[in-house]
Design a protein around this ligand. Structure first.
Ligand SMILES: [Zn+2]
Ligand SMILES: [Zn+2]
Ligand SMILES: [Zn+2]
Length: 242
């Protein structure tokens, strides 16, 4: 490594924790989630939200589409300049293109706008989005997330090849829409994500959940940074959030 190069180990604990929240946020965006920060940080670090097709689960676009009635050409995606601004005189029927306020033939001012397709001259209209699968129904999902971040533990300047995550009884929010995401950053500054529900966490913890150290807020999960130990089943399990 170059002498002046900095790594995540140079971040303070507080900044690293925030860094982890951002990494998790960007990762969630890849799965189509919109990510929000609560005003107060009380066990919930992120609120996430998405719209998906009720039938096939694909991400849903809430904004209406601009589509030609006749040939079906979709102008929604940056092709708006291809929509022709046509005006039709309601008195004599003359069709005009561009920003006219009077009929070029009979001088009538009663002109009707008709956005038209540049391909087939059909009328372009705004229609509600529907899914490729044909469904017209979507559902809205909300989830709450607590992020726990860890770097590799070191002792006397040597890597212990372990991560450590602190969990406390008060973190065990009893809600099926609440999840933990552990952001584990290795020595190359690469993040790994473990995604689990509160019940997943309880199941893996088993008896140690009623152990004194957990109840006294002194429990710290240490596990291998190579294979994530008993937590490896949650690696990249972002589908749990669905
Ligand atoms: Zn669908
Ligand atoms: Zn058309
Ligand atoms: Zn006219």
């Amino acid at each position: 490594m170059k002498k002046n190069e900095k790594t995540t180990t140079d971040l303070s604990t507080k900044h690293f924790s925030r860094y982890g929240e951002f990494l998790v946020s960007f990762e969630l965006s890849k799965y189509g989630w919109n990510v929000y920060n609560p005003v107060y940080d009380e066990y919930i670090d992120l609120i996430i939200h998405k719209h998906v097709c009720e039938d096939c689960g694909k991400n849903w676009n809430l904004t209406p589409a601009l589509v030609c009635k006749k040939c079906g050409k979709d102008f929604s995606k940056s092709l708006k300049k291809d929509v022709i601004a046509k005006k039709i005189c309601s008195d004599c029927g003359t069709e005009m293109i561009g920003n006219k306020s009077k009929c070029t033939k009979c001088k009538s001012i009663s002109l009707v706008s008709r956005p038209s397709c540049n391909k087939c001259d059909g009328e372009v209209e705004m229609i509600d989005h529907s899914c490729e699968c044909g469904s017209k129904k979507y559902i809205t999902k909300f989830r709450t997330i607590q992020v726990k971040s860890s770097r590799i533990e070191h002792k006397d300047g040597k890597s212990k090849n372990t991560f450590a995550v602190d969990l406390k009884p008060r973190d065990l929010i009893k809600d099926k829409y609440h999840f933990f995401i552990w952001c584990l950053v290795d020595d190359k500054s690469l993040p790994h994500f473990l995604v689990m529900s509160v019940n997943d966490f309880k199941r893996v913890m088993g008896n140690s959940l009623s152990g004194i150290s957990f109840l006294k807020d002194q429990d710290r999960q240490h596990f291998s940074s190579k294979d994530f130990g008993k937590w490896k089943e949650f690696l990249n399990k972002f589908d749990k959030l669905e």
